[in-house]
Design a protein around this ligand. Sequence first.
Ligand code: AMP
Length: 371
Amino acid sequence: MQVLVLGAGQLARMMALAAAPLNIKTIAFDVNSEAIVEPLTQTKLGQGLEFAIEQADVITAEFEHVPHPVLDACQASGKLLPSAEAIKTGGDRRIEKALLDRAQVANAKYALIRNQDDFKAAIEYVGLPMVLKSTLGGYDGKGQWRLTSTQQVETTWLEMEACISAQDSQAIIAEEFVAFDREVSLVGARNSKGEIVVYPLAENVHTNGVLSLSTAIEDKALQGQAKQMFTAVAECLDYVGVLALEFFDVQGKLMVNEIAPRVHNSGHWTQQGAETCQFENHMRAVCGLPLGSTEMLRPTSMINILGEDCLPQTVLAMSQAHVHWYGKDKRPGRKMGHINVSGKDEADRKAQLEAITKLLDPKAYPALSQK
Ligand code: AMP
């Protein structure tokens, strides 16, 4: 069995690592250069989409911003899972919001903006404060504005107008500002028989719009709500593979912020904390194998390594810390790797996180001192 991953970054790399023990081979397609590469070494194996599709038994994606012609060609081959429709939904907030409404899951009140009149109407309908997000190409907090007072309307419009005119079919979604208590996410898998498994929720901390710390949590009431919403969304899309839902927790009630039709950064803790990690479950789902158990074996936190390419040896020496590098060149703020820190129980996980915090540079890991 050979799986082709659209995208050749760290998620493809970790899919390949998890797939190997199942005798599943993984190759990756760099959508920019159209090179087919080995996901761990980036060794070039071939060139061109047509050849890549031919090589694959199954095609999947590591990100939602895959050019639509690539997705359409893969869909036409009959090998793509999840479907092109599901992947496109994650890459366009317009389609995503329509899906959330169709699935009848709670999400922030919103309006679509294509011109200045729409903007005025959105301010009326949604009210201030509001969050404005580009519908295409926005991730990790990019392409977003906060509008808190009417004085900012003119300058915000100029920036939004530039964004709209820079890209075909670009638009802006105005969303009510949600005063959430915390952000959580649910990662789960659905197979082609419609069976669903979900991991325990993760509580997420973002720094400058990028996930910096994620911790698996056990909360029966929230877990039940999240699973019901996950099921509604996954069934609407007839989804196959790993899917992530990001939520706002507002006084114990969840609202979906966004979906990610792929393995997700907030699911990396499962590599050390769960019976079957999210990468293996994704490969199992798309290859038609039985889904693996999502049971949490050990409470675990994941620390993202952003813009750093080395760690003190003392971190590696910790018995309950596991380092995952992505083999990337260093750039400021870039996701370079992550560390999973586990405990025998919740108290021990906290103690281990305290211990690792003392070993890391607080400037490079600000989320650890805020926790
Ligand atoms: P997103 O790209 O939609 O995940 O947004 C990035 C971050 O902005 C989220 O993780 C939240 O912290 C924040 N955010 C997004 N939408 C809203 C909203 N409607 N109200 C308040 N904060 C938001």
